[in-house]
Design a protein around this ligand. Sequence first.
Ligand code: TEU
Length: 525
Amino acid sequence: MLLEIYVRSFQDSDADGIGDLAGVTRRLDYLQWLGVDGIWLTPFYRSPMADFGYDVSDYEDVDPLFGTLQTFDELVAEAHRRGIRVIVDYVPNHTSDRHPWFIEARASRASAKRDWYIWRDAASDGSLPNNWLSLFGGPAWEWDERSGQYYLHTFLREQPDLNWRHPEVRAAMFEVARFWIRHGVDGFRIDVAGAVMKDPDLRDNPPNPNPDPTAAAFGDQWESQLHGHQFNHPDVDEVWREFRSFVDRYANREAVLIAEVSSRDLPAWVRYYGEQLDAIHLPFGFHLLHHRWRTDSPRPIVDAVEAAIPKGAWPNWVLGNHDQHRVASKAGREWARAAMVLLLTLRGTPMLYYGDELGMTDVPVPPERVRDPWERNVPGLGRDPARTPMPWEPGPTGGFCPPGVEPWLPMGPTGRGCDVATQMSDPTSMLSLTREVIRLRRLHPALALGSYRALDGTPPQVFAYLRELDGERLVVAINLSEEGHHCPLAGTGRVLVSSATDRSDSFSGGIGLRPVEALVARLED
Ligand code: TEU
């Protein structure tokens, strides 16, 4: 079980209202108590913070806001001492415009690093080189006055895209991975892995014949085009295969590669595993991110993903991250509990977003406190509400930073039980439920490693599946409706854990599920 830590918001250790690496170290005991096997740390590298660390100006140093290389080494040592692995963010698609590489590249057209980035002349009529858009709004091209060309930026203009077709870029970025392997990391989460190779001729994007209204997360302008020339280009496959073999070599095959791949097209997504399973270990399983918990069953999605995954490959599931609305806001309190049971019992590695174990919801951010540049460019798409500080205890700063210090984003409402201390002492809390299911995963290999099979013959409102290994059979049954339902099950069994928390009953021939209840049961014959 992995946990994403948005470092800025986890724990402040130096009273500046911003979380940092020493803060994470301070909370490792909590993570161990929860049963976390590994943490993914969002970027803590030197950065002007135009995109809160996803604009890196030095890949091989820690930004003073977050600590030093030494604090990082201490964090790794302390995490490893507790059996917790450390996965770091790897941001290959773009640097900061203040990175020395870009400063050198933009200095003149003759610069040795010019082609490390993607430059184009204006079209003959003076217009943009092509119709590509920036995901954060507006065109993907920025005019550079001094050298008289445009450069490409898939994200902010402060995030110029690297040219991964240039062998020196590849070599330099691979060295970055080697640097962090030497510092003991256990893997990389690769940012926008699908964007690194563009169409070599930078052809115009075609219009999108079927704009998807549910993909509004990206904005209408973005949705008006197809982006195959910008994302998931076939040439990307070879990059990550090469990266995998590089990392395998220097990390003795011990490091995991997790890639951010936002394609909704399963065949395109599956490619990231590599034809011989020789590329990414875990392409992120974002398939349930846009799921409508209150109306739809997740079964068709889960079954489709299970069917698409190559033999021998391992799935991964995500319900939230620092770019998405909180699952408890999308699903509501009860469904969020059911969703947590689902996340932790599907076949595959679950990646939990910090605070979801408390049922944290989006926190409204007043206009004067907006920090996310995306919100400034395209109002309504901002990600601040899902990035607010972790509440460790009741009180105005929730133990995230000392009283009297203003956290970088507003704290959620405190005093309503949404904090670690309160939930730790409440056996019915979301935190207790989460911990209990994680504990079950460790206790029952069938839950962690077993096969998956959806059960037929249940009412449509009930999603039930079998996890089986070496003769042990566990059933997960989720009632997706607000009425009670009977879930037929052959044989006898016993409930191990339920989102309704107060049951451990035995059953025979089936089990009665309460409204929006999710449970795990062991079949006994
Ligand atoms: O995100 C890239 C990305 O495509 C998402 O932001 C996507 O737009 C979002 O999931 C839509 O719902 C990564 C990082 O996760 C993000 O925080 C960075 O801002 C971005 O890359 C640029 O590095």
